[in-house]
Design a protein around this ligand. Structure first.
Ligand code: SAM
Length: 274
């Protein structure tokens, strides 16, 4: 069954882009992520997908598959060691990690996003006794009290922190480490020059720059440790290095960009312990 017409604006619209790019990857003969749920969701959502069928957007398809793949691998590794864990996925959009992975039966999974996004998500997927969806802004406190804190927790924030101002990132990290005694936090971040560039583009192009500019950059794991001493960086992956390991025949420019450190490290994925 098709959903009602979707016409998100603002930060909510960004998850349609990542969904569309995962769907493109899944249709590749040799996909990186192979997320068939993404392709099915694109079929079912009544949205003008032609708006995303542009080189400037499709250029990111390898990155848009490599990033969730790394998060899937870290999630699977955490759950292998903690089969009774709570997983809290912030800014889930229409990501289907909870269905892509085979979860141990003791895992309780919570997907959180803004109300409009969760309303759409509920049209596509159903809750179960162990899979839950919460409609809330992560910058509010009250929803966090609904998440059990008596088990090891894995917190996933994929494609989120760059959209929040730095003081809200710090507050969120503080609230998470106050609530949960132990576990891991995985997230991604751009070097600070990237948010500055997107803000400049917004200023110059106005409405022609369609998506919200990024607001917070992360130099490296020590930024986060300084913001919140409860967090310890365990692993950092530069997504450009993963591009170097793929064999898609695309991404020649990205491969060349890897020669310069400020480009090679522009998007990193982080795995922290709390
Ligand atoms: C780039 S998308 C990423 C979605 C998903 N993680 C993925 O990789 O496909 C950014 C997501 O952040 C969500 N988001 C932004 N600000 C938020 C907030 N304050 N609270 C909850 N979700 C938020 C948006 O609604 C959107 O779904």
């Amino acid at each position: 069954m098709r959903t009602d017409k979707v016409d998100f604006t603002g930060v909510q619209s960004t998850m349609l882009v990542t969904l569309y790019l995962r769907a493109l990857d899944s249709r590749d003969p040799e996909p990186i992520l192979g997320d068939r749920f993404a392709a099915e969701a694109v079929e079912r959502i009544d949205y003008d997908w032609a708006r995303l069928d542009k080189p400037s957007i499709k250029r990111s398809r390898t990155v848009a598959a490599l990033r969730p793949k790394q998060f899937d691998d870290w999630t699977a590794d955490f759950l292998r060691h903690n089969p009774d864990a709570t997983v809290l996925q912030l800014a889930c959009g229409l990501d289907t990690r909870a269905f892509r992975l085979t979860l141990p039966s003791g895992v309780h999974w919570f997907d959180v996003d803004l109300p409009e996004v969760i309303e759409l998500r509920r049209r596509l997927y159903a809750e179960t006794g162990t899979y839950h969806m919460l409609a809330a802004s992560v910058t509010e406190q009250v929803w966090l009290d609904e998440i059990p804190a008596d088990k090891p927790v894995l917190i996933i924030a994929e494609g989120l922190l760059m959209y929040l101002p730095e003081h809200e990132v710090r507050q969120l990290l503080h609230r998470l480490t106050e609530r949960f005694p132990y576990g891991e936090l995985i997230f991604d971040g751009f070097l600070p020059w990237v948010p500055k560039l997107t803000q400049l583009m917004k200023k110059l192009l106005g409405e022609r720059y369609e998506y919200p500019p990024y607001r917070t950059g992360i130099r490296d794991g020590s930024d986060i440790e300084r913001w919140n001493p409860r967090l310890r960086c365990r692993e950092r992956v530069a997504i450009m290095d993963r591009i170097g390991e793929t064999n898609t025949g695309r991404d020649r420019i990205l491969r060349l960009m890897r020669r310069f450190d400020c480009l090679r490290n522009m998007l990193c994925l982080f795995r922290f312990e709390l």
